[in-house]
Design a protein around this ligand. Structure first.
Ligand code: CP
Ligand code: NVA
Length: 302
C-alpha cells in the first residue's frame, strides 16, 4: 500500500488484515503508542467534518504522532497554487497527507506528486475510511463478513460506492435500494458486479424497499451530500418511503443498523431506530478512529 484512495486499491486479504489490526488497536493501543513518534500528518479538509477530523487527530495522537489541520481559508485546493506544487511542498515537511476533497481527481493528483502516503478522507466518488469502519463494525456483530447481507437504502453516493466495493471484494451480499434517478454511478456498479462475481458475492439494485427483505443490516446516509445545496425539505417527499424506521426494520428482519452520520433524524432515519437496540451507529463512529489508525500504521510502517 502506497496510498489509500479507494478500497479498490487493496485486496480481500488486505481488507481483512486492516480490520484485524483495527480490532487489535481498539483493545489496546499500548504496543503501538509510539509507532508514529516523530511523524507529522497533514489533514486537509475542503469540506466540513466532525467524525473524520476528530478521529484522525485524536487517533494520530494515540499512535504518538502529530497532526496538523489545514482548512480552506487560503482558497480551494489548486487555486492559490497547483495541486502538484501543494503536494511537492507538503512532502518536504510531513510524513502523510489525509485529504477530504470535492473532486476525486484532486486526490489522484496529490497522490501522483506527493512522495508521502495520501489517504482519502472523502471525495465525491468514495469514502473508503468510512467503508472500512463499517465492515469492521459489521464484523464485530455478524462475524463472517462473506455471509453478511447489507441493505443500503437512500441516495446512491460516495459512501455507497465504497460499501459496494468492500462488499464485493469480501464476497458479501449487498442490496442497494434508491428512489428512481438516485442509483450509484453506473461504472462503479458494473465494476462491483464483476468483483462480486469473482469473490462469490452478490450486488442487487432496486427502487423497491421490498428488495431489502432478509438483509442482516440496514444502512442509511444523508439524502443530500456535501457540495449539493438542495434543501433536504425539497427531496423529502421523494426519499421518505426510503426512511429507515421501525416498520422497515420489522419488515426486513434486519438485526443491525448503520448510518455514517451526520444524520438527519426523522429524515433518512427515525430517532427511535437510531437510538434503538439494533443501532451500531456510535460503535461505527468510534471504529473510524481504529480502522484509520490501522491504515496509517500500514502505510507508514517503513
Ligand atoms: N462520516 C463522516 O465522515 O463524518 P464527518 O463528515 O463528520 O467527518
Ligand atoms: N455522502 C455524504 C457522506 C458524509 C460523511 C457526503 O458526501 O456528504
Amino acid at each position: 500500500m502506497n496510498h489509500f484512495l479507494t478500497i479498490n486499491d487493496i485486496s480481500q486479504a488486505q481488507i481483512l488484515e486492516l480490520i484485524a489490526l483495527g480490532k487489535q488497536l481498539k483493545k489496546d493501543y499500548q504496543p503501538h503508542s509510539q509507532a508514529l513518534a516523530g511523524k507529522s500528518i497533514v489533514t486537509l479538509f475542503e469540506k466540513p467534518s466532525l467524525r473524520t477530523r476528530v478521529s484522525f487527530d485524536i487517533g494520530i495522537n494515540k499512535l504518538g504522532g502529530h497532526s496538523l489541520y489545514l482548512d480552506q481559508q487560503n482558497g480551494a485546493l489548486g487555486e492559490r497554487e497547483s495541486v502538484k506544487d501543494f503536494a511537492l511542498n507538503l512532502s518536504r515537511w510531513c510524513d502523510g497527507i489525509v485529504a477530504r476533497v470535492f473532486s476525486h481527481r484532486s486526490l489522484e493528483q496529490l497522490a501522483e506528486y506527493a512522495t508521502v502516503p495520501v489517504v482519502n478522507s472523502l471525495s465525491d466518488l468514495y469514502h473508503p475510511c468510512q467503508g472500512m469502519a463499517d465492515f469492521m463494525t459489521l464484523s464485530e456483530h455478524h462475524h463472517d463478513l462473506s455471509k453478511v447481507a447489507l441493505g443500503y437504502v437512500g441516495d446512491g453516493n460516495n459512501v455507497t460506492h465504497s460499501l459496494m466495493i468492500a462488499a464485493a471484494k469480501l464476497g458479501a451480499k449487498m442490496v442497494v435500494v434508491c428512489p428512481p434517478g438516485c442509483f450509484p454511478d453506473g461504472a462503479v456498479v458494473q465494476q462491483c458486479q464483476q468483483l462480486a462475481k469473482q469473490h462469490g458475492g452478490e450486488l442487487l439494485l432496486s427502487n423497491e424497499v421490498s428488495a431489502l427483505e432478509g438483509v442482516d443490516c440496514l444502512y442509511a446516509d444523508t439524502w443530500v451530500s456535501m457540495g449539493d445545496d438542495t434543501p433536504l425539505a425539497q427531496v423529502k417527499q421523494k426519499f421518505m418511503p426510503y426512511q429507515i424506521n421501525q416498520q422497515l426494520l420489522d419488515q426486513t428482519g434486519a438485526t443491525s443498523v448503520l448510518h455514517c452520520q451526520p444524520a438527519h433524524r426523522e429524515y433518512e432515519i427515525s430517532s427511535e431506530v437510531m437510538d434503538g437496540p439494533q443501532s451500531l451507529i456510535f460503535d461505527q463512529a468510534e471504529n473510524r478512529m481504529h480502522i484509520q489508525n490501522a491504515i496509517l500504521l500500514t502505510l507508514l510502517k517503513d
